[in-house]
Design a protein around this ligand. Structure first.
Ligand SMILES: Cc1cc2nc3c(=O)[nH]c(=O)nc-3n(C[C@H](O)[C@H](O)[C@H](O)COP(=O)(O)O)c2cc1C
Length: 281
């Protein structure tokens, strides 16, 4: 099993943290990755930083609230992206690599686009007029037991269930499901999309494979009410899914590139985002 698949399987939202700081060496290594330059498939360049409550004035960190959803977190990953075409997709794409890195360090995380004090975090990260702060994540060691609020959250979002393949992946047209056997060497990359986190576990990604080529068209089935502070939250979901797909393909030695493909068939209920085209395959 490729390493990326084991990380994707290991990552699960964590809302209850142990009351202990992240080991210094890990913190430093993670901080280097966070502070590095990032660029998504659409060319947008998000910037991320770690906000350490232990280094923040108590008066300030009280404003970095999570409405009681997150317990005991002392460290948060947050970031900004300049407003632009598919900027939020790129934000999700790049941040998911950091989330999986945190997972590799044995740290818990939780994507959050809704249940955090946007104004408090905007101040802490010095958000500018032309920028968005689409989502944050607490980072830290998992507590031994989940809080009651966390159990309720998971139950109400149905977090332990993912849609089956026929609901998500299609071959040639949207009436024909793509089976795992038909997906062949792409089966794992698609399965890793299916396992991705998404806002309220809506799993809004729909992927159409062309029948004769290794081209995969990525669409969003947008739900009503998923726009907050100018951010289409499900664009983050799409970025995360693209990240899982590309990293899995890369690890399996499959070369490909993202491009807007005029052959992607339109469908009124879906929003076409981008396509993956295998290179030299
Ligand atoms: C873009 C995005 C936004 C999310 N926003 C929140 C949030 O505001 N609060 C929260 O507690 N969980 C949030 N989640 C976590 C999802 O509820 C969670 O990923 C989903 O239920 C699947 O569970 P899992 O992450 O444990 O696999 C968000 C996830 C994503 C990808």
């Amino acid at each position: 099993m490729p390493e990326i698949t084991s990380l994707i399987k290991k990552r699960v939202s964590c809302r209850t943290y142990a009351d202990k700081p992240v080991e210094e060496k890990i913190l430093q290594e993670f901080n280097c990755l966070v502070a590095a330059q990032h660029a998504g498939p659409f060319g947008n360049k998000p910037k991320y930083q770690l906000i350490n409550l232990d280094m923040t004035e108590p008066g300030e960190w009280k404003k970095l609230g999570t409405y009681g959803v997150i317990k005991n977190a002392r460290l948060f990953l947050a970031g900004t992206i300049k407003k632009g075409n598919k900027a939020v997709v790129d934000y999700g794409y790049c941040m998911e690599s950091l989330i999986l890195q945190a997972t590799a360090f044995g740290l818990g995380t939780c994507w959050m686009a809704g249940t955090f004090s946007a104004s408090g975090f905007a101040r802490a990260i010095q958000l500018q007029e032309d920028e968005l702060l689409p989502a944050i994540s607490p980072v830290g060691y998992r507590a031994d037991r989940q809080s009651f609020a966390e159990k309720i959250f998971r139950l109400s979002a149905g977090s332990d269930h993912r849609k089956p393949w026929p609901d998500l992946f299609f071959a040639g047209n949207f009436s024909t499901p793509l089976t795992q056997a038909q997906a062949g060497k792409y089966s794992e990359a698609l399965e890793n999309i299916r396992l991705a986190p998404s806002a309220s576990n809506k799993q809004p990604w729909r992927i159409l494979r062309e029948t004769t080529t290794n081209a995969f068209h990525f669409y969003l089935e947008r739900a009503f009410g998923y726009k907050l502070r100018e951010v289409h939250i499900q664009d983050i979901d799409m970025g995360i899914a693209m990240n899982h797909f590309a990293l899995t393909a890369q690890e399996m030695g499959i070369r490909g590139k993202w491009k807007i493909n005029e052959n992607a068939p339109p469908k009124s209920s879906l929003d076409y985002i981008i396509s993956w085209q295998e290179v030299g395959g």
